[in-house]
Design a protein around this ligand. Structure first.
Ligand SMILES: [Fe+2]
Length: 307
């Protein structure tokens, strides 16, 4: 958290049908609906998150990610990040408070990879769902589906990975945890962290800017991943791959799709990181093992099905 950016705070996902999306994100994943706004957007949270929401669903003609927001510790850090982005040549739009419900002013910018990001300080703190702050129980009863614990990260596809790495490391204060390099050392994938997590954001090279690969949600155990797989089958939800393990980050994972075609991941475990850990490097001839450690080959969908 070098420059005051604390964690991924929200992601706005475009869906083609709100009711179907809610059945998926609430009924299957176990997110909790907390609000709606006059644009028809629906606000969801995972039960361990203290802020009011982390996922915003918005009705659109095409699926994908509108933006991902990161929460900053304080206004002084946000002001410095604003100046540093401008000094770096990045255009910054200021979105007024309450454009997202119960959220403060947001600074919005586009990365060289073509993705829209936001930084903000304030969002209404409503506490963990279903348990108290004083003498809390282990977990709340009444959770649905997979009972996901938190929105964890996004994986995004786009070009200009060198410039994107420069922005995230040298301006925003992330550090590189893991990367995939080609034979000539050009960048194929990069995983970046703000925390002790293996990644808070990740990018994979793709010739087209601004594509969305997945939003990921954390589960506690491998048993929870198997249970998620059962629920995916019970609901005839489109599955991508898994349960399996990644080589990159070593997390245990399953990928599936929402009814609009957006990919989701639930995962558990994986490596921890500190800023002094040397980045792990995978070479592109090991890409299959890096992505799917057991199959050791990348399925075509993983590389080509994007929103
Ligand atoms: Fe992921």
């Amino acid at each position: 958290m070098k420059n005051g950016i604390m964690r991924p705070g929200h992601v706005q996902i475009r869906v083609l049908d709100i009711d179907e999306a809610l059945e998926h994100y609430c009924g299957l994943l176990g997110l909790i609906e907390v609000d709606r706004d006059d644009q028809g957007r629906v606000y969801l949270k995972a039960w361990t998150e203290v802020d009011k929401y982390s996922v915003i669903l918005t009705l659109a003609d095409d699926p994908g990610m509108d933006f991902m927001g990161f929460k900053v510790t304080d206004e002084t850090s946000l002001e410095k990040l604003h100046r540093d982005l401008l000094d770096h040549g990045v255009n910054v739009d200021v979105i007024p408070e309450n454009e997202l419900v119960d959220c403060g002013r947001r600074l919005r910018f586009i990365s060289p990879s073509g993705h829209t990001f936001e930084l903000y300080v304030d969002k209404k703190c409503t506490g963990k769902w279903g348990i108290e702050e004083l003498n809390p129980e282990a977990w709340p009863r009444g959770l649905k589906g997979m009972r996901v614990q938190r929105f964890d990260h996004c994986l995004l596809y786009g070009d200009e990975l060198d410039a994107t790495l420069d922005l995230f490391v040298n301006v925003l204060g992330f550090y590189l945890t893991e990367q995939v390099l080609s034979d000539d050392d050009s960048r194929i994938a990069q995983f970046l962290s703000l925390s002790n997590k293996a990644h808070d954001i990740a990018f994979i090279f793709h010739p087209e800017k601004g594509r969305f690969h997945h939003a990921s949600f954390h589960l506690e155990t491998w048993e929870d991943i198997l249970r998620a797989a059962d629920l995916i089958s019970m609901t005839n939800t489109a599955i991508d791959i898994g349960p399996t393990r990644h080589g990159l980050t070593h997390g245990k994972t399953i990928y599936f799709f929402d009814p609009s075609g957006n990919r989701n991941e639930v995962f558990c475990g994986g490596d921890y990181s500190y800023p002094d850990h040397p980045p792990i490097t995978w070479k592109s001839d090991q890409l299959g093992k890096a992505i799917f450690y057991h199959d050791r080959e990348v399925n075509e969908r993983f590389l080509t099905v994007l929103t």
